[in-house]
Design a protein around this ligand. Sequence first.
Ligand code: AHR
Ligand code: AHR
Length: 491
Amino acid sequence: MAKIKIDPERKVGELDRRVFGGFIEHLGRCIYGGVFDEGSPLSDERGFRRDVLEAAKGLRMPILRWPGGNFVSGYHWTDGIGPREERPRKTELAWFSEESNRFGTHEFIEYCRTLDVEPYICVNMGTGTMDEAQGWVEYCNGTGDTYWANLRRANGQEEPFNVKYWGLGNEMYGDWQIGALSAEEYVKKAREFAKVMRWTDPSIELIGCGLSGVTDWDRVVVEGLAPFVDYHSVHIYTGSDDHWSNVLAPHAADRALRTVRSMIERARYEQGIEHPIHVAYDEWNVWFRARTAETKLEERYNLSDALAVATYLNVFARHCETVKIANLAQMVNVIAPIFTNKEDLFLQTIYHPLKLCAEHMQEVVLDAHVVCEKHDLTVEESTWPHRVADMGPFDVLDVSATCDGSGRDLTLVVVNRDPDNSVQTTVQLTDAAFDGTVTVHEVTGDDPTATNDFGKERVDASERTVDAGGADFEHTFPACSVTVLRAGLRG
Ligand code: AHR
Ligand code: AHR
């Protein structure tokens, strides 16, 4: 019998809702054919796909990153403003395509307002200049009688857009990046970008470009940008056809968050920096099948991936003191929970845990104590791209516990990573009691490789209630499942 013990007084910290953020890039069919489909009967008069908007709303994203990704390192934002017919059509070298520029800054902000999310813009530090980045901040947020602010007004937007979050380049470390830099070169350049952007609007928050959180790049960038930034970014994608490796790989994020946290703590201490610096985990997901540009990154997700995604969110909850923003890469069609064709859409397996967690995880993270069977990975089983074998053995059940401010409403997210065995568990409270019923939301199936498709959603979420009074109750977590338990408590 496994055990999950919760003491509502053992608080870890506050879960920042921005960890449920999203990301849309000009890549494959994410923007064109996903978000934006001009002339489609499924789109509104602005060209926004209504069905995609509807599905995206279910994910309750508080923040949306744009326009890339690798795309941004060749993107000149001025190409995407003004009359659509006059916008230049350009060669796009990040993903070897053509960019019509019909979706630009105004369309993005309009989309954010419609979805009720905060825009987060990443600037071009590949082919882009400091002047362009400065001008973009001024165009979006300027209130003066200046060229850029006036151009925004001339383009129909009187009030500033007030874009608060600005990223200093994307993955500038990678040889796949247009204009890649060494860590030292990046720090030198990013400091100057940061200065002019912040001088233009002191209220903005800046995100420095980190790698996977465990590298020398991260260390050099954290130390070099600490006086200038509010967040250090981390990107980690994981995935494997081997179920155990797939579901345990997200623990790479555990390690990344621990190591970046200590880098930040050291830099702030050494440099006497008073302002806080947190992690913006601004790209994460399972991604290993459709890796090349030709595939347009149209990854099809299975049940095993849904468990991996829930594990990531549990990791973010447990590290709530460190990670304040996270952006699932991406929102539609491209490594995404929502998948469209011209007539329809379907929800991928990963949509369901994402929706359940965004809906039910609450603001106070509690320290869940878990006693259960463990699973080990061999080094061979966990070599790409982020090794976690050394972190094992891993609990078969991955658990996060959150509650509301009053400690009367409890949510447990429990991932049973065992593909074959259900786990009978006692859920036990310290100095509190369950007040009668527990709502059980479950995502499961008999096959870890089960996928969804148009008209065939094999992996879905179910809901039921069970009775629970007193300090504990027993629950069986099915093999290969994500369970969200929501329970009222009395003191
Ligand atoms: O999300 C897909 C790609 O992954 C992004 O463009 C890039 O930043 C990362 O390598
Ligand atoms: O796509 C290349 C690398 O793979 C990215 O930097 C990282 O985010 C991912 O794991």
